[in-house]
Design a protein around this ligand. Structure first.
Ligand SMILES: [Zn+2]
Length: 311
């Protein structure tokens, strides 16, 4: 890890408080990152963040060159990217079901913006319904009609909805990102976000061992409070915020049925450590179903108050 590309962070990136505590050194399979970062917690707004942030230019260059400093944490990621590169946007299958469809009538085509559309499934859904779509993605192989490299290519005050799924945790300046999105939306336009939930049981129990804590992919970990603050600072009104879990109940039940046999085998092998790991993983997944380690948010662009007007 090149030190000159990193900036030490002493205050909360969201509320600017200096009441910060240390939550543990971060281990990584990537040797250049292993033990190089620690996890910090803001006592004022419960926001969690890396002890050092990469400089923006450096971070952008990592995304552009598909660096293992920011990718490679998901086993399926590479094969899905290969498929997209080979078969292109036309092969992308749109979505039938999604929680955001509760808030949007996608049959009524308007103007859509997505930040980090990645493999473009949501993007394709709106595109197919005839929406005027724009997307911003740093990865050069993400090619689809309307995908551009930066915000400057998107007209201001034009978009009816904006989507940024699993994006704000990747940026060093989430408030700037939210401000940029805000300028592109019409007044009352809706913003949809998902991100790792710093208030979740997994986050609070595991701290720097939480699977979402992966430098330099994830930099900021929002709590409900820090998310509300960030939205407020960027001219959004919070409409909905709730946690959800990526744990599949069916899979958990299957694992539960197999658990006694697996533990029995561990006892025969005298592998106490394995028994401990199995029970703790199972318990954490149960807790996660109760208070998931992901968050979903709906917010609305507010009308800006014009302070120059005197009534
Ligand atoms: Zn804070």
């Amino acid at each position: 890890m090149i030190i000159k590309n990193l900036i030490k962070i002493n205050n909360c990136p969201i509320c600017k408080s200096n009441k910060i505590t240390f939550k543990g050194l971060i281990r990584s399979k990537n040797t250049k990152i292993d033990n190089n970062f620690s996890l910090k917690l803001c006592k004022n707004c419960n926001h969690r963040f890396l002890s050092k942030f990469p400089k923006i230019k450096y971070l952008n260059s990592l995304y552009k060159k598909n660096s293992n400093h920011v990718f490679g944490h998901d086993a399926n990621e590479e094969s899905q990217k290969k498929y997209f590169k080979k078969n292109g946007f036309k092969s992308v299958i749109s979505l039938n079901k999604h929680w955001i469809f509760k808030y949007v009538d996608f049959n009524n085509a308007k103007k859509y913006l997505e930040i980090g559309p990645g493999l473009c499934r949501m993007y394709k859904t709106f595109y197919e319904k005839g929406w005027e779509c724009n997307g911003i993605d740093l990865q050069p192989f993400i090619k689809a009609p309307g995908i551009v490299k930066s915000f400057k290519y998107v007209k201001k005050n034009t978009k009816n909805i904006a989507v940024a799924f699993d994006v704000i945790e990747h940026t060093t300046d989430p408030i700037q990102l939210l401000n940029n999105i805000n300028t592109k939306l019409k007044v009352n336009g809706l913003l949809f976000l998902t991100f790792p939930n710093a208030d979740s049981y997994k986050s609070r129990l595991l701290n720097s061992n939480w699977s979402m804590v992966v430098p330099l992919a994830h930099i900021n970990f929002f709590s409900k409070k820090s998310c509300e603050l960030a939205l407020n600072k960027s001219n959004f009104e919070l409409i909905h915020i709730s946690s959800f879990s990526l744990v599949e109940p069916k899979r958990l039940i299957k694992n539960f049925i197999k658990l006694p046999a697996k533990i029995l085998l561990d006892i025969i092998k005298l592998d106490i450590n394995s028994i401990f790991l199995r029970i703790s993983e199972f318990s954490l997944n149960i807790l996660d179903l109760m208070h998931g380690d992901q968050m979903k948010v709906v917010a609305m662009k507010k009308r800006k108050l014009n302070h120059k007007l005197n009534y």
